[in-house]
Design a binder for this molecule. Structure first.
Ligand SMILES: Nc1ncnc2c1ncn2[C@@H]1O[C@H](COP(=O)(O)OP(=O)(O)OP(=O)(O)O)[C@@H](O)[C@H]1O
Ligand SMILES: [Mg+2]
Length: 515
């Protein structure tokens, strides 16, 4: 089975080997089934198979149980006998225990190398989805991104975005003339959403060094593809963050990778666990985008596999593009369940040996109704397949072993330290500081002048003339003036099309609220 990933045994007595053809592995897939039916183990054996075939894998580990891929299974394990029995039943003669090359990633930087991207790379569409913005709010975000480009204010982390939004708020009158209504209420709403995002871990997601795609597409010297495991247990607490991050990664792969047509094997396979989260309440524009990315990313040599409980969770347009299917058992309690089950069954090419609908209901744990793309990319006849047992450890990796894997990974040390490059926040802050120091210099000059004035007055007192009591107050007013003027002038030099005083307030606002 050189040209496929071995998945298990089908046909009479499960004796016929079933495989997923590497050539068609970029035509995507679906792993579905009720809870406890074997989805995670299926994902595990697919990751093992792809790795062995030299294909790097990216997957999210929702319950932590896929981390076991980094260790070999063992004869002392309670299921050892069950595994070997299963292996011999399906003719898996060279079944052995082995570990796989794993790179751990974690948005929170705790269970793996930190994964980050920049606000600019995430883009206004995904950010709006991430923060659940209304159309009007999204419009403002678009303006902020436009200004960031025009004014050379890079958006890297969340404080950049905050500073820029404050600036937009302070200049809304001028901006409204150019872009249409910019309301304070909308900006306030975005700011509040930003706070929520921060609390969900957004601060950690945005910044530099940003993830280099080449780091999740590595192959080890021994020829095996690296399995990248994103810790998603904590991340699942913020489903929107989870779904948006993975969607960003997909669109990034789509944009960055060159066309390769239909290669002999994929350059990367991407497993999207709990895929329903991607579509729950998603606006049509987003579903369309997923559909589009799925359709086009194939020619970049990337295969996407959605993992979910019920195939009905995946919109039809997307489902239609998932060529390789592993359907574990589905339960059908209600009329609606039954209808969905029938619809799911109808999407397969019938096998005269059994009834598809009934098989989907009956298959045991670790068994599935499968249909893989065959010659010319046509869906193969449906099979009842007993899925092969895993070679790596079933269940989570020991904490100390995980630490060891992280410390010795090829990217160890590359992402651990945050770099806070000069960007919108720093630039706006620096402008304000420069303006402030200019104002201070002006103030000092004035101070000097007033010293001279006082001396002069003192001299006059000695000479018998009266000193005005209001002189100190009028001096304070002029100090305020000079501060504002210096800042205004300075900012006016850098920014055109807006009045200095408003910008000044914006910069100060950004300074104080941005922290
Ligand atoms: N291919 C297999 N070979 C051997 N045992 C299996 C296989 N698939 C599943 N099992 C057994 O069934 C158990 C449950 O499978 P698994 O964890 O994959 O279910 P799941 O569908 O991911 O469940 P959940 O929805 O709760 O995450 C496994 O712990 C294992 O004991
Ligand atoms: Mg599972």
């Amino acid at each position: 089975m050189q040209d496929s990933v071995f998945i298990g045994g089908g046909g009479e007595a499960y004796a016929t080997k079933q495989g997923l053809k590497l050539k068609y592995a970029n035509r995507h897939g679906l792993i579905a089934g009720a809870t406890g039916t074997g989805k995670t183990v299926t994902l595990q054996i697919l990751a093992e198979g792809f790795s062995k075939a030299g294909v790097p894998v990216f997957l999210s580990d929702v319950k932590g149980d896929l981390s076991g891929l980094a260790a070999a299974g063992s004869e002392g394990f309670k299921l050892h006998q069950a595994f070997t029995d299963r292996a011999s039943k399906i003719g898996f003669d060279d079944y052995t225990y082995e570990s796989f090359p794993v790179t751990f990633w974690d948005l929170f930087g705790e269970q793996g190398h930190p994964v980050r991207t920049t606000v600019a790379e995430m883009g206004p569409l995904l950010l709006s989805r991430l923060m659940d913005l209304t159309e009007a709010q999204e419009g403002i975000l678009n303006i902020a991104f436009r200004l960031s480009d025009e004014q050379g204010l890079p958006l890297l982390d969340l404080k950049d975005l905050q500073a820029l939004l404050v600036w937009v708020g302070e200049n809304r009158k001028e901006l409204s003339l150019r872009y249409g209504a910019v309301s304070v209420a909308s900006i306030g709403a975005i700011q509040r959403r930003l706070l929520i995002l921060e609390n969900q871990g957004g601060t950690k997601l945005f910044g530099e060094p940003a993830l280099a795609l080449s780091d999740i597409m590595r192959t080890d010297p021994d020829g095996r593809g690296r399995i990248n495991i994103l810790a998603a247990d904590k991340l699942m607490g913020s489903p929107r963050l989870y779904a948006t991050f993975l969607l960003w990664l997909l669109s990034e792969l789509f944009e960055e990778l060159p066309e390769v047509g239909d290669p002999d094997k994929p350059r990367l396979v991407f497993f999207f666990d709990e895929a329903h989260l991607l579509f729950d309440g998603a606006p049509k524009a987003l579903v369309d985008k997923v559909e589009q990315v799925a359709r086009l990313i194939r020619s970049k040599g990337v295969g996407i596999y959605f993992v979910t409980q019920n195939p009905a969770d995946v919109p039809e347009d997307v489902l239609g593009q998932l060529g390789n299917r592993i359907q574990h058992a589905l339960r059908a309690f209600t009329g609606r369940d039954k209808k969905q089950l029938r619809l799911a069954a109808e999407t397969y090419r019938e096998n005269p040996r059994f009834d598809t609908e009934q098989a989907i209901r009956e298959v045991g744990v670790g068994e599935a109704v499968t249909s893989m793309l065959a010659k010319k990319g046509i869906p193969g006849v449906v099979e009842r397949t007993l899925i092969r047992p895993p070679s790596s450890q079933l269940g989570p990796l020991d904490d100390s072993l995980r630490k060891q894997v992280i410390a010795t990974s090829p990217v160890s040390g590359k992402y651990e330290t945050v770099q806070d490059r000069r960007s919108a926040y720093e630039i706006l802050k620096q402008r304000a500081e420069k303006a402030a120091s200019e104002a201070e210099a002006a103030e000092a000059r004035e101070e000097e002048m007033s010293m001279a004035e006082r001396e002069f007055n003192a001299a006059r007192r000695y000479s018998g003339s009266r000193v005005s009591r209001s002189s100190s107050r009028s001096m304070r007013i002029s100090k305020d003036d000079s501060f504002g003027t210096a800042m205004g002038k300075m900012v006016m030099k850098e920014l055109t099309g807006t009045t200095g005083r408003k910008i000044v307030r914006g910069i100060l606002g950004g300074l104080f609220k941005g922290r």
